[in-house]
Write a protein that binds this ligand. Sequence first.
Ligand SMILES: C[S@@+](CC[C@H](N)C(=O)[O-])C[C@H]1O[C@@H](n2cnc3c(N)ncnc32)[C@H](O)[C@@H]1O
Length: 612
Amino acid sequence: MDDLCDLLDLFIMEFIISPRLALYNYSAQMDDEEKIKVALRHLSTCGKHVDNQKNGKSKFRALAYIEEGNKKFESLFREDLLEIYTKAAMYAEIGSNELARAYGNRSAHLYTSGLYEDALIDIERALAIGYNDDTKTKLYVRRAKCLFVLKKEMSPEIEEALSDARKWLDKMKEADKKYMTKILDKFPEGLLNKTPFKKYDYNALLPEPPQDNPKIPGASGAIELKYSDQFGRHVVATRDINAGETIIVHRSYATVIDSKFSHKYCWNCCKRAWSGVPCHKCVEVIYCNETCRDKAWSEHHEIECKVISVITREKLDIYDLLALRLTAKAYKEAGSLKKLQEKIRKIDSIDDPILKCLTNNRFDHTKYESVYSLWRHNTIDSDTALRLSLILCSLAATTNIFGEKILNSKQLLNNEEATFIGRLMLVNHEIASMNASKFSGDNNAGLALDPLWSLFNHSCDPETINMTPGNIMSLTAFQRLEKGQQVCINYDEPFFFAYIPNRRLLHKKFRFECECRACKECWAPDFFLKFPHCEAYTPAALMKKLGLSSIFGEFKKFGDMVNANDDTKVVLIPDLFRVLDFYLRVYGYPRVEIIEIKLILVHISSALSHKY
Ligand SMILES: C[S@@+](CC[C@H](N)C(=O)[O-])C[C@H]1O[C@@H](n2cnc3c(N)ncnc32)[C@H](O)[C@@H]1O
């Protein structure tokens, strides 16, 4: 029981069995700094040291994954095999033969899946590291095949790959040699009708980021931040906003991927990493390419890397990971611990809730000021404080954040810098749990935090609709908003999905009484006014008047079309907004037809958000 993971298990067990025993001095009324000290003191009584050597790379585990992939090559689904070879790459030592084999074998699978460009990337990587001589022919043939399928004609590059393939033929086993010679002789037989797998590019469907708000980059000039005692900070329309107008398009400040999906999505940009590269040091994360890996390293992963190796990700709450990410980014952004302390002191000294979010007079969602100023409550429970203090211990033991590495939790207790970072971790955890949104796809594969998004208040009948693929947060007006009106988002589900008791639970979590019309008038999901029985007012007649008859027949099928990868119909979204706008102007609300169009738009946006 020498490492921190065992310690974590022990403490969590102690806490569950006897909370008082685990943290007998803990009280909800303490401030965050006291809470971290109590948790550290409790840890130090155990007197254990952190194993700061652990990184998880293992030749044997890499080989085991390669063997498993090879055995199951014919029988497994594409996703499962990609996962196995990606895991092999994650465990393989950098520059090792196992890494070359993981890339080489994965390229075979990428090829059969129609991911030719990704297969070419893996082939290059495998050859650069040094692939086994007796199988090099296979790689060069695969390279020639990928190039041919992509270009549909011979080229000098393909000729070169074929000639390289022939060079290594003699190194192959006799049976393999015969087989490959046949393929080489018949090349490019059977390749003309192969088509590449169509990757989904959500960027193509997102609106352009608005550029006209000098105070809030990435937001529409039609909004501003306000503060009132009743609503706290909130967002207000500075002019009338039409249905379908873009309000914000942001890349969120921070995102983390759930451990179940860590081999699938890029730890930097959240995109699907088909031919992902692992971190040089740990086995916990994957990147879509080397550029993302280097960017993440310099912006945050240098700090997180060892911590998430020491305390394996399965043992951490995803909000702990986000708290760690926010702390790492804040530290890197400031450049030193001293500068970070100065920055925090400065924000703490500003009372005005809006001014304290600003950097150089602007609300800059890429700066930590905008994140830290979201903190409003001190609600960390002892269990979370304990987990965060374990993260703090491993930060001290595995990074140089406090100068020298500190291996003993007792030493941390009297270290003011450690208490400062510990408190910041608690604050960041609270910010994460109150403001982060689960991003869509693969059953909530991760969490994203955008500070501007976090300043929108909630409505059960929101005026806005969001699309949040990966780490992008975009918000569009759902209906017309008048100048001066508050612009809200929906924190969970709009009233037409959520029953009142569920909505109450949500308000309890966020501690407010919802005053939207849907709550005041107790609208349940099936509450809406019936459409008048008059020919002239039927949806079909209205659509005809608007010149949109062709869509009306189709709009109910939109959801299916989006799911079926048919993006062409999505261009009709603006027309749906026009219809919605028209209905909202002409008829009372809520009305079944209006809700139906809203439902379709919600469905489309969620389907699009899920495909990243
Ligand atoms: C994500 S924050 C939104 C920004 C927040 N108003 C602020 O000042 O930082 C969520 C908090 O805002 C407040 N809030 C959100 N929606 C609200 C509403 N409809 N009415 C009143 N307060 C609301 C609640 O205090 C809630 O915990």
